[in-house]
Ligand binder design. Sequence first.
Ligand SMILES: Nc1ncnc2c1ncn2[C@@H]1O[C@H](COP(=O)(O)OP(=O)(O)OP(=O)(O)O)[C@@H](O)[C@H]1O
Ligand SMILES: [Mg+2]
Length: 148
Amino acid sequence: MNKLLEIHGLNHYFGGLQAVKNLSFDVIQGSIKALIGPNGAGKTTLFNLIAGDIQPHSGSIALDGKPIKGLKPFRIAELGLSRTFQTTRLFPQMTVLENVMIGRHTHSKAGFLSCILNLPWTWKEEHGTFLIFPVNSFRTHFSLKNFL
Ligand SMILES: Nc1ncnc2c1ncn2[C@@H]1O[C@H](COP(=O)(O)OP(=O)(O)OP(=O)(O)O)[C@@H](O)[C@H]1O
Ligand SMILES: [Mg+2]
């Protein structure tokens, strides 16, 4: 029973309002956990705390046994923790597939210069990302031929 995410004694305040109060729970590897609650219960605040967008006033957050509290959001993403947002914001000028590929960029080894120069290993890596998505089946099932 590997605890992938461990939250312990988490507290967060917005001024005098306590949005997250002494919250503790674990997420076991391979399990699905849901978070429910009325408007204003603190769900989004909790996701923002876990993703590193805001810092808790107290408590601890560990991912796969390592403390992640205080890390920048992009460092937490590099460790494998991803999130979606309540209001989705896409890049409208890009295709559906390109928007999906953006979500993988933290796992790419390509740097600024190699991307600008379009070095062979850079586009090979990008092509590899492209191939892991079942593009043809997407096209057929969702009539996305103009968008992929
Ligand atoms: N940036 C902020 N500044 C001040 N108060 C905030 C801020 N963000 C959230 N709050 C307050 O913290 C509380 C928890 O808000 P939060 O958005 O986390 O709730 P929620 O459970 O996601 O609600 P919803 O179901 O409406 O999405 C609410 O009372 C909200 O008004
Ligand atoms: Mg919310």
